[in-house]
Design a protein around this ligand. Structure first.
Ligand SMILES: *Cc1c(COP(=O)(O)O)cnc(C)c1O
Length: 466
């Protein structure tokens, strides 16, 4: 499988190089040059498979030429063996129509572990025996950082510099990053910054020829294709358990960077019958505006109790626009440059019509989020986190026919956002024993002003030049 850039002028790469690259050299994002597709029979054959076997079946077409099936199985067995639930991502029934897909049983309690545990092993495998020293630079609204740090701490060949917006992640999220004391892990709290500011700085570092020429830069954000690939798996795993390929299933996805829900789009492209992908945003609603009225314009980020979705520029939306627009990289590059200049963009009618065939969207405010948490708690005995509540609220309002099962992706463990859960339900969720002493551990991080010069100077003094 070869990978191409959404902006049409970067070199095509194989799976190894796309995993280590992150952003394409033309500023675009990498995608497979074509979508693999599964027949009904192939999907039906997934019905009894374990999570690891499903993962191997779904991901194999994307890694051919780089990994054998046995190698992929070995990596998946190791990555998903670290999950604390025997089903890896269990489906939990709420009522006759609604299910939760619990994606938070990994080491850092959010769905990011599903992809990053595998990505950490891929990095290790691809760098093992090479003299290459990779510098991972990432921006996090909280969960990517902790998942990446858990996956990469202590691994040879990789240094990690993780930027988070100071004071805008939860205490559990911050401590899961800053209490990992390893020589290759560097946490940076960016002062007076939002997640978008962190992400923009990371993009600027990748796009700065002098800086990116000095280090072998690599990404762990969902601009990294391998992350999205790992997330396609659970759409198949859940849907076949609810009747696919004979019955179409809908998914409600709490969204920030459009990564998780883009993986659902890929699953649909690969032949999985998906009735609807419901894009659920909080009040930072650029994606809801884009999908409902075609207005993709950047607002000001409002901090909310669902910080991992406090985003106003959704990187992966570019991948969708590329694919919907007939994969014309040069046209998309012009559209994206327009957006980068004016911070606003109108979707074309063709892009909107194509998107609306599969996607729905909704914007969930604080009251509706709290109502969804309370409904899950009172009516179903389930404690859910604020991000999951946004997905569930949108799922219940989507007005799908009663015969369509709707799966809400449960993206974080409720204990990761204990304050918000306690406010809504009156109960404080306990941290699982496996991370129980988090609040007793020493923290280590640097506080830096959110300027390009301050951050690049800090990194240049610590990273290994190529
Ligand atoms: C990252 C995250 C999201 C948003 O995922 P995207 O891939 O950025 O759309 C939602 N919920 C939680 C808990 C997250 O950590």
């Amino acid at each position: 499988m070869r990978y191409i850039s959404t902006r049409g002028s970067a070199p095509t790469l194989d799976f190894r190089d796309v995993t280590l690259a992150g952003l394409a050299s033309d500023g675009g994002l990498y995608l497979p040059e074509s979508w693999p597709s599964f027949s009904r029979e192939q999907i039906a054959a997934m019905q009894g498979l374990s999570y690891v076997d499903t993962a191997v079946a779904v991901m194999l077409p994307f890694v051919t030429g780089t990994l054998t099936e046995a190698e992929l199985r070995g990596l998946c067995t190791q990555a998903y063996g670290r999950f604390a639930h025997a089903a890896v991502v269990p489906l939990v029934q709420l009522d006759q129509q609604h299910w939760l897909l619990e994606l938070f049983h990994g080491p850092t309690l959010a769905f990011k572990d599903v992809a990053l545990q595998l990505l950490g092993l891929l990095f290790e495998r691809f760098l093992n025996g090479s003299s290459q020293q990779v510098t991972v630079i990432g921006a996090t609204s909280g969960d990517t950082g902790s998942a990446a740090i858990d996956a990469l701490a202590g691994r040879a060949g990789v240094d990690v510099f993780m930027l988070h917006p100071k004071g805008r992640v939860s205490d559990v999220q911050r401590r899961q990053m800053t209490t990992v004391i390893a020589p290759n892990i560097h946490n940076i709290a960016l002062e007076d910054a939002s997640f978008d500011d962190c992400q923009a700085l990371v993009k600027a570092m990748f796009n700065d020829a002098a800086f990116s020429g000095s280090f072998a830069l690599s990404a762990v954000n969902s601009i990294n294709w391998a992350r999205l690939m790992a997330q396609i798996v659970y759409y198949f795993y859940a849907a076949v358990r609810l009747g696919a390929p004979d019955r179409a299933v809908a998914f409600a996805v709490p969204t920030g960077n459009f990564g998780d829900v883009f993986a659902g789009y890929v699953a649909a492209k690969m032949g999985l019958p998906i009735a609807k992908l419901i894009v659920a945003t909080n009040v930072n609603d650029i994606l809801h505006r884009a999908l409902s009225v075609g207005d993709y314009s950047q607002g000001t980020v409002v901090p909310t109790p669902s910080p991992s979705m406090d985003i106003q520029v959704s990187s992966n939306f570019e991948r969708l626009l590329f694919d919907l627009g007939g994969r014309d990289g040069h046209a998309l590059a012009a559209q994206m440059h327009g957006f980068e200049g004016t911070k606003a963009m109108q979707l074309t009618n063709a892009q909107r019509a194509a998107a609306n065939a599969l996607f729905g969207s909704d914007r969930i405010d604080l009251d509706d989020m709290a109502l969804a948490m309370r409904w899950a708690f009172d009516s179903c005995g389930q404690t859910i986190d604020p991000h999951t509540a946004i997905g569930l609220s949108a799922a219940r309002r989507a007005g799908l026919g009663a015969d369509v099962p709707v799966v809400t992706l449960a993206t974080a463990h409720p204990a990761k956002f204990g304050d918000a859960v306690e406010r809504a339900t009156g109960q404080r969720p306990a941290l699982p024993a496996r991370i129980g002493d988090l609040f007793a551990r020493e923290e280590r991080y640097a506080s830096l002003p959110g300027t390009f010069d301050a951050v690049t100077a800090y990194i240049a003094a610590r990273a290994v030049a190529r």
